[in-house]
Write a new protein. Structure first.
Length: 438
């Protein structure tokens, strides 16, 4: 996590001061619940809240931890310095460190999820806008990087919209799965703390109680969460890769907005490079890098070990901050993407009607020619376009075997571009429902 690829709102979730604030709230809400149960004096619980406006001294906590080698004890010691020993003596009654650490981590992940969900919602608006803008902008579809058949730029945006809409559902599900808390004490048996305390703390923090924890919240939840972030990152790369291909000089059907004063190369002044989409490809790799360690965190020894801890201290902030930045960058890229419809048509016709080969093939079979013979007839004329630069329709009209089955008018009709876009409205209705770009 570096400032270059960070946005303040997401970074703030992971700042030490934010973490210690959540730790404090967990402890304070637990004290309230224990006071209601008569476990600790009510005045002691009220006294803990006296520190609610305190700014925790991160350097002091680090100093204590350097001696104690325990981060939660260091925090509780510092809290006692703020509250006074008598007021602090009932804090953390019956709790274990993981009650604080795991519940806090899940609070941070749910707050990060809210930002990521909002990011995807903004991206969906941008994709939908561009989809309707270019709904009927014809471009060549490609398979294996080779011209296939006509499609539209609107359909390209629409399929990216549908993919990101699925990711929105995945993120919401991941948020729901990670939004659990545990205040169950050593090895999760509630031996020294009433389950009502857990209920109260979780309710105050917007979580639900973990149905059964050991001394930690089960890490399959976290594995699913980070796997979801990895899928979202892969979808970002999917879109970025298409943009990179479209911006290639030989294609140039679209390009990233190039601002006044921007430089593309230190050596070649003419360059306009797809730097944002290339950057997004790299950022996606960083997010996916967290998925395998998160999976490996699921298997812990007995009721608890801390082999997962060092992993999560890194991947928690790094993946959420990076993905937040990437989603925002992609949204801006889509909003400003420069699209060249004329170039799309130019590319479409570069091979002189070759992309209509399937229509001719099907027409021949419907006219009584076997599929094998029809394929051979079409292919032999198509290959002349590839190797000799011929015009496909002209070659078909000059082929006696083809004209024996199809009239010149029937052949000419097979080169109508509108044929390939007749179901665009149907696809848009499936993707967008109401068909309204607003």
């Amino acid at each position: 996590m570096i400032p270059r690829y960070s946005r303040p709102e997401m970074v703030a979730i992971w700042e030490p001061q934010s973490k210690f604030r959540i730790w404090f709230e967990i402890e304070a809400h637990a004290c309230d619940a224990m006071a209601d149960l008569g476990v600790i004096p009510k005045e002691s619980a009220r006294a803990v809240w006296a520190a609610k406006d305190a700014t925790f001294d991160v350097a002091r906590i680090d100093e204590i931890e350097a001696e104690t080698r325990h981060d939660v004890i260091a925090f509780l010691t510092h809290l006692a310095e703020i509250l006074g020993a008598d007021n602090a003596r009932f804090v953390h009654q019956g709790m274990t460190s993981s009650d604080v650490l795991d519940t806090c981590f899940n609070v941070q992940l749910t707050r990060a999820s809210d930002i990521l969900i909002a990011d995807v919602e903004k991206l969906l608006v941008a994709l939908k806008t561009r989809a309707f803008e270019h709904k009927d902008t014809v471009r060549i579809g490609r398979s294996h990087g080779i011209h296939a058949e006509p499609t539209t730029m609107g359909l390209t945006f629409a399929r990216f919209y549908a993919e990101m809409d699925r990711n929105l559902t995945r993120l919401r599900d991941a948020r729901a799965e990670i939004a659990t808390g545990a205040i169950s004490g050593a090895v999760g048996t509630f031996a020294n703390i009433d389950p009502a305390v857990e209920d109260h703390v979780c309710d105050k923090l917007g979580l639900v109680p973990e149905p059964i924890s050991t001394q930690v919240i089960p890490r399959d939840r976290h594995a699913a969460f980070f796997a979801t972030l990895g899928v979202v990152a892969s979808s970002i790369e999917n879109i970025a890769t298409e943009i990179r291909h479209m911006q290639r000089t030989e294609v140039l059907e679209a390009e990233e907005f190039f601002s006044k004063g921007q430089k593309g190369s230190s050596a070649m002044p003419h360059k306009r490079n797809p730097v944002l989409s290339e950057n997004l490809t790299g950022l996606a790799r960083l997010v996916r890098m967290a998925v395998i360690p998160a999976m490996e965190n699921v298997a812990l020894w007995h009721e608890r070990d801390i082999s997962h801890s060092s992993v999560e201290r890194n991947i928690g902030p790094d993946t959420t901050v990076t993905l937040d930045f990437a989603l925002a960058r992609l949204t801006g890229l889509i909003e400003k993407l420069v699209i060249y419809p004329e170039r799309m048509l130019e590319n479409m016709h570069r091979f002189r009607g070759l992309v209509m080969s399937q229509r001719v093939l099907l027409a021949l079979t419907q006219a009584g020619v076997s599929r094998e013979n029809a394929y051979a007839l079409v292919q032999r004329n198509a290959m002349k376009v590839w190797t000799e630069g011929k015009d496909f329709k002209t070659e078909l009209l000059a082929d006696a075997d083809v004209t024996a089955a199809l009239s010149p008018g029937e052949i000419a009709e097979k080169f109508d571009l509108d044929y390939h876009t007749k179901h665009v409205d149907t696809i848009f209705d499936r993707v967008f429902g109401d068909g309204d770009p607003g």
